[in-house]
Design a protein around this ligand. Structure first.
Ligand code: ADP
Ligand code: MG
Length: 250
């Protein structure tokens, strides 16, 4: 006897937002000291949204991204990813869910210095030991998607910062994630390159990928549909942006 009909189970992902946090908290203990990095953080993000996370340095943005990416667990509160409480998922299952669902993009690109672009992009598939189809073929498609089809054999040192970040984005896309988590992805790039990159994120979002992007640059945040602002580990603003650049793109 169960309260849930087959139908409600099958529709779970439609009833739940892709991301739901409830009173999420994260304390760091270092010796005697306790730092409250996040406190009582509650929000929902639906599939298909493009959300900017803002706030001064030390306000808990990276701590939140680590929790959303299931790379870290909260010390209080709940995080539901695709309707499931991550606290209820075993570690190996969680790694699998993470690989299938989330692509990560970082400020410093995190490319391997001696590896050519194509191999950087196939790397997550190698880890996932997926042998379906041709790895190189898949990686070439992702490189083409980010506008780098002619850079497959280049090393990071032979690419500009913006191109390196595009390789990192192609790598994040290789497992067809629902969600991209990008922590200050334009932090190491000049303004023009940053804007190009934001247009790429908009294009990916237009194709249905949910994007959560940390920035402390208001001009960069303007590309998102919604802005969540943190201060001292708490949400101070959470609202849709009527003047989002997203709405201006024809
Ligand atoms: N691993 C850690 N151990 C102890 N304190 C940490 C750790 N990571 C972050 N903090 C602290 O938590 C707070 C939030 O940090 P963080 O999430 O990195 O902020 P942001 O990304 O907004 O700059 C800061 O006070 C920081 O010093
Ligand atoms: Mg940070």
């Amino acid at each position: 006897m169960t309260r849930h009909s087959d139908m409600s189970v099958r529709n779970r992902s439609k009833e739940f937002p892709l991301i739901r946090t409830r009173k999420l908290g994260r304390l760091y203990r270092t010796g005697e000291q306790v730092v409250t990095a996040l406190k009582d953080v509650s929000f929902d993000i639906n599939e298909g949204e493009f959300v900017a996370i803002m706030g001064p340095s030390g306000s808990g943005k990276s701590t939140l991204m680590n929790l959303l990416g299931t790379l870290d667990l909260p010390t209080s509160g709940d995080y539901f990813l695709d309707g499931e409480n991550v606290a209820d998922i075993a570690a190996d299952e969680l790694a699998d869910l993470r690989n299938r669902t989330i692509g990560f993009v970082f400020q410093q690109f995190n490319l391997l210095p001696r590896m050519r672009a194509l191999a950087q992009v196939t790397l997550p598939l190698t880890y996932a030991r997926r042998r379906s189809g041709n790895l190189k073929e898949k990686a070439r498609k992702q490189l083409a998607l980010v506008g780098l089809e002619d850079r497959a054999d280049h090393l990071p040192s032979q690419l500009s910062g913006g191109q390196q970040q595009r390789v990192a984005i192609a790598r994040a896309l290789i497992n067809s994630p629902k969600l991209i988590l990008a922590d200050e992805p334009t932090g190491a790039l000049d303004t023009a390159t940053s804007k190009d990159l934001m247009r790429l994120f908009q294009r990916l979002n237009g194709a249905g990928i949910t994007i959560i992007l940390v920035t402390h640059d208001a001009e960069i945040a303007a590309y998102a549909q919604r802005k969540i602002v943190f201060r001292d580990g708490r949400i101070v603003t959470n609202k849709n942006q009527r003047n989002s650049r997203l709405l201006k793109v024809s």
